[in-house]
Ligand binder design. Structure first.
Ligand code: HEC
Length: 146
């Protein structure tokens, strides 16, 4: 029994040496999203940790294997949608992401549930959902004005 405990502890220690790269890519003001303060507030609290280059890392970010899950969410999140490179996203792609964002928010699929477990302030209220829906609509109109 004691042997198993030793192994678990040893593995727990060894995996600490496998660290993802948590350096945020540089943010460029010129291409980063600019919008009104209310919208920005919601985005920063609920989306920016995974969808921008301004990720805020909690103290446990360097504890493996939690860090591996976080690194993957951040990498995939930035790939899917990055508000820090907003001006550089091709209009047709942006339109698709905005439409998808509207759906995901309405269904309660973003922010991710595992993230919301820890980040209670990221859970969207209905007012915040409405703020985001308005923002997505306005951005879509910029691309395809009616
Ligand atoms: C914990 C990290 C995390 C948070 C917080 C988060 N997302 Fe995501 N998001 C992801 C990941 C990872 C993906 C890509 C893979 C997937 O869908 O699981 C994604 C995908 C998306 C996509 C889909 C893009 C596509 O390819 O169609 C949209 C849109 C999106 N997120 C919007 C948001 C918005 C808006 C918020 C804030 C309200 C948010 N997300 C919060 C991690 C996150």
């Amino acid at each position: 029994m004691l042997k198993i405990v030793y192994w678990v502890v040893a593995i727990g220690v060894v995996i600490q040496f496998i660290r993802p790269d948590f350096n945020n890519p540089k943010s460029d003001e010129k291409v980063a999203l600019q919008t009104d303060a209310a919208t920005m507030n919601v985005l920063k609290t609920s989306c920016y940790d995974c969808h921008s280059n301004e990720t805020k890392y909690p103290w446990y970010h360097n504890i493996s294997p939690v860090s591996w899950v976080m690194a993957e969410n951040i990498e995939d999140g930035r790939k899917a949608l990055n508000f820090s490179t907003w001006a550089n996203i091709a209009p047709d792609i942006k339109l698709k992401r905005l439409e998808r964002a509207k759906q995901l928010i309405a269904r309660g699929d973003m922010p991710k549930s595992e993230y919301c477990l820890i980040h209670k302030d990221a859970v969207l209220t209905s007012t915040q959902k409405a703020t985001l829906a308005q923002f997505f609509d306005a951005e879509m109109k910029k691309i395809t004005p009616q």
